[in-house]
Design a protein around this ligand. Structure first.
Ligand code: ATP
Length: 348
């Protein structure tokens, strides 16, 4: 069966980094993979021109007739309340039940790691961030003199995230650390702690511990080497993975894959760089597309195309080792030149 991908470039630098990955899809096709893709207009421009965010028919088409989504970024100062971002990206994460947001931190170059005495190859961390609820459940109220945001944690979503994280830790003989603040967030993070203890008991071979998130951030900066999988709710996972982006060279490098461990729909994964739409860089040819390449490799791995995933990752590694660098990495390459330098490392 043809593998169908949906490509949503979105806003800001999204279309610029996505443009660099489209030739890679043609490369995969040229290797004999039965792949088709369609580029979709959903984003701020389309919303402002038509009033449409993500029509129901389009959502159902993505859900039931595609295998995965390649996503650039959403967010645009012309839509200050971010309603289109909520209706596109947060909706896709929630309604496709993409419960796990997996964010590897595998630094490629020693020079990118700002920590003295730590080698890039010694840092192998993956954040498993719950992707559909917690403080980002978008429930709250602003009243005169008071503003409230709810943080909803359901047993089903937390269990899905933790089970996937423990499976990954067990498969790689790596440790798992739960980031939490159960000392103050007694209800929500209390639920996380209870389920974590339960799963710890059923995975005796996995080295598992829980840490207060603030202490964890301090420990990660002092020495990230002892950490393997880090499981966290949506909010803490967001913060921790942006810190880890700094170990990889910055926001332009860090990849992420959102996926549904329980496979409720045909569309089981959405690849997106950790960075957002970076309006300050949009249209200037300064965006680093590396994160987009690395998250596409994650999507290929998810689709079972391990060989292409590995080839794409090593093309990125070779380009960086050879000195390819956009301005955020201290170089002068423009987005298109950086993309071309990476693609040059792909075998014909
Ligand atoms: P979001 O909340 O959507 O994640 P954000 O407000 O955290 O977005 P980003 O868009 O991720 O912000 O970007 C933060 C800053 O990092 C940008 O202003 C930009 O300077 C830098 N940055 C982000 N992405 C890239 C990139 N691909 N290449 C170079 N610099 C980037």
């Amino acid at each position: 069966m043809t593998t169908r991908l949906a490509v949503i470039p979105g806003d800001g630098i999204g279309p610029e980094v996505v443009a660099e990955i489209l030739p890679v899809l043609a490369w995969v096709q040229g290797r004999g993979r039965d792949l088709a893709w369609e580029v979709h207009p959903w984003g701020a421009d389309h919303f402002l021109a038509t009033g449409e965010i993500l029509p129901e028919g389009a959502f159902l088409d993505l859900r039931d007739r595609t295998d995965g989504i390649l996503f650039g970024a959403v967010g645009d100062p012309r839509v200050p309340d971010g309603r289109h971002a909520e209706g596109i990206l947060l909706r896709l994460r929630r309604d496709l039940e993409l419960a796990v947001n997996e964010r590897p931190c595998h630094p490629l170059l020693d020079g990118h790691l700002p920590l003295r005495g730590v080698a890039a190859r010694d840092v192998r961390i993956t954040v498993f961030r719950e992707n559909t609820e917690g403080p980002y459940c978008l429930k709250g109220i602003t009243e005169p003199g008071r503003a409230t945001d709810l943080a909803e944690h359901t047993e089903q979503a937390v269990r899905r995230l933790l089970e996937a994280a423990f499976r990954k830790a067990a498969a790689g003989e790596r440790s798992i650390t739960l980031a939490h603040k159960a000392n103050v967030l007694k209800h929500g993070h209390g639920l996380w702690m209870r389920l974590f203890q339960e799963l710890r008991a059923t995975h005796p071979a996995v080295e598992a511990r829980s840490m207060h998130a603030d202490a964890l951030l301090c420990a990660l900066v002092q020495d990230p080497r002892p950490f393997g999988i880090i499981a966290a709710d949506n909010y803490l996972g967001d913060l921790i993975s942006d810190l880890l982006a700094a170990f990889q060279g910055g926001m332009g490098v860090a990849p992420s894959l959102s996926w549904a461990p329980h496979r409720p729909f045909r569309c089981g994964a959405l690849a997106e760089p950790v960075h957002g739409s970076a309006p300050d860089l949009a249209g200037r040819g300064m965006a680093n597309p590396t994160g987009m390449f690395l998250c596409t490799a994650l999507l290929f791995g998810h689709l079972g195309w391990q060989e292409e995933a590995g080839l794409l990752e090593s093309a990125v590694r070779h380009a960086l080792l050879a000195g390819a660098a956009s301005p955020d990495l201290g170089g002068h390459l423009r987005t298109g030149e950086m993309g071309a330098a990476i693609r040059a490392g792909l075998p014909a």
